[in-house]
Design a protein around this ligand. Sequence first.
Ligand code: SAM
Length: 286
Amino acid sequence: MESDIGGGTLYVVATPIGNLEDITLRALRVLREVDLIAAEDTRRTRKLLNHFAIKTSCISYYREKEAQRAEEILARLREGRAVALVSDAGTPGIADPGALLVNRARAAGFAVVPIPGPSALAALLSVAGQTAAAHLFLGFLPARAGERRKLLQALAAEPRPLVFYESPHRLLKSLADCLALLGNRPAVLARELTKVHEEILAADLADLLALFKERAAIKGEFVLLLAGRDGGAELAQSRPGGQDFAELATWYRDRAGLSLKDAARQIALELELPRAQVYRRLLDLW
Ligand code: SAM
């Protein structure tokens, strides 16, 4: 096909989330024909390019240097060059840098062209079997426990399925917080999508938590979908709404299946009491 690569154009190119065969023909052509590739991690992108024998030069474009790099890329666009933006994996701009450059390029009058392809979000939704017309994608949950729980608390009544990305070292904490604040509900957890060790688990949140607690090591990349409030969350509906200590403790122990430690943390947060004090009171009940 004759090249239709335009000078002064920013191409936002999706790359594989694991399996290199998922790159599109169009992405390959664009990456080959642009003047420059702006990559989140040039070493990682270089591996992808080497695999496909693409020799285009790369510069780094990552979150910490986004503003500075954006200006450098705009300068290339002003020279009439074509630039491709890629992230480490998947679609730039989805829980990845890209928005700032896209906004500045468009504001400066340059064409911004999407080259769609893989994304962990789309891959999970495609196999989640959800009939809901809409979902709420949260990116990564906040790393700080307090912020994470506050957000989950605010989402307890959300009727749409919730989808978020999670890292292996925070998976257990996030699953436990989801269970505590949203109640048990159907979920689909995908690990290592498109890779050799791909796993797609459809189970209740409590079962998923129990399953991963059993694992000696938690590795890989995760994306999780949780049913919305009406998607079978009967436990969430029967959760005590009041401030009664014993009632809350019994519910977290018997219905949500939390450990003493997790329940203490949760009740301390909800009743705004010191965790050590809650823990001591719970010892009698557990
Ligand atoms: N822009 C990417 C996309 O379109 O999917 C997401 C980038 S975000 C920084 C990386 C996170 O996406 C990972 O921590 C993980 O939660 C999720 N992810 C990426 N690849 C994945 C895969 N192969 N399987 C499951 N989750 C994945």
